[in-house]
Design a protein around this ligand. Structure first.
Ligand SMILES: C[S@@+](CC[C@H](N)C(=O)[O-])C[C@H]1O[C@@H](n2cnc3c(N)ncnc32)[C@H](O)[C@@H]1O
Length: 224
């Protein structure tokens, strides 16, 4: 796994690209990013849920979640970078959302929420730049209630040797320009998930052959 960029560097990059992020991420992923967000939300969020979107960025997943959670639900948009949150705020203001909305900044490896606080915790593409993706997913798991769900989408390495070789070369170039790579790299958090008592509800690969994503949905046993 490629070493993560420093958090302070990530903060600078995302603050610089916040206004073009949706366009740039969509272009790099040939728009397959939105499919991952939809899957994660469709398989986790129910009406009335309290949802955390961690590493929410410009809020694309959180907005989908807010539509699904409805007037009885709530969504907390959480991100490291204030400029990304500012764009999320603008987008939220343009939507007709019934759900209660909250914005918070901080580090998703140290979530400022109590255990069992949310019904659902989401991370779409925000574990990829994280300095400790395993810790990030365990934090998501910590803050969901028994019976709650965690939905994540993240970049993985292609299983096709030629595609992997090609992706590595493209990534080598992209990583010379941090605002292009956005610090995103292929990761694997399944081993961390497997150390918990989580039930894996779904584990699917999506995306284009050059940039595959893994979508994982897990559920916390409800203790009965
Ligand atoms: C690739 S973007 C994903 C944004 C959004 N979830 C999406 O679906 O497009 C990665 C996001 O993770 C955020 N991020 C990076 N490190 C973080 C950290 N330690 N804690 C919280 N957010 C972080 C960045 O600021 C950025 O908004």
């Amino acid at each position: 796994m490629r070493a993560a960029l420093k958090t302070i560097e990530l903060k600078k990059i995302y603050s610089r690209i916040a206004h073009r992020y949706d366009w740039q991420h969509g272009l790099i992923t040939a728009k397959s990013d939105q499919r991952g967000r939809r899957m994660v939300v469709d398989y986790t969020v129910h009406p009335g849920d309290a949802v955390l979107d961690a590493g929410a960025g410009t809020g694309s997943s959180g907005i989908l979640a807010a539509h699904k959670a409805g007037a009885a639900g709530s969504v907390t948009f959480f991100d490291l970078c204030d400029e990304m949150i500012a764009v999320a705020r603008e987008k939220v203001a343009r939507e007709k959302l019934g759900a209660a909305i909250d914005f918070k900044s901080g580090d998703m490896c140290h979530l400022p929420f109590a255990d069992y606080h949310f019904d659902v915790a989401l991370s779409t593409y925000s574990l990829c730049p994280l300095y400790d993706p395993a810790r990030g997913v365990l934090e998501l798991y910590r803050v969901v209630k028994p019976g709650g769900r965690v939905g994540i989408a993240y970049s993985i390495e292609s299983e096709q040797p030629l595609m992997k070789w090609l992706a590595d070369r493209v990534e080598d170039i992209a990583w010379l320009i941090p605002s292009l790579s956005m610090g995103c790299r292929a990761i694997d958090v399944l081993p961390a998930i497997q150390q918990t008592d989580a039930r894996i509800v779904m584990d699917k690969s999506i995306g284009i052959p050059l940039w595959p994503f893994r979508v994982i949905i897990i559920e916390k046993p409800d203790g009965f």
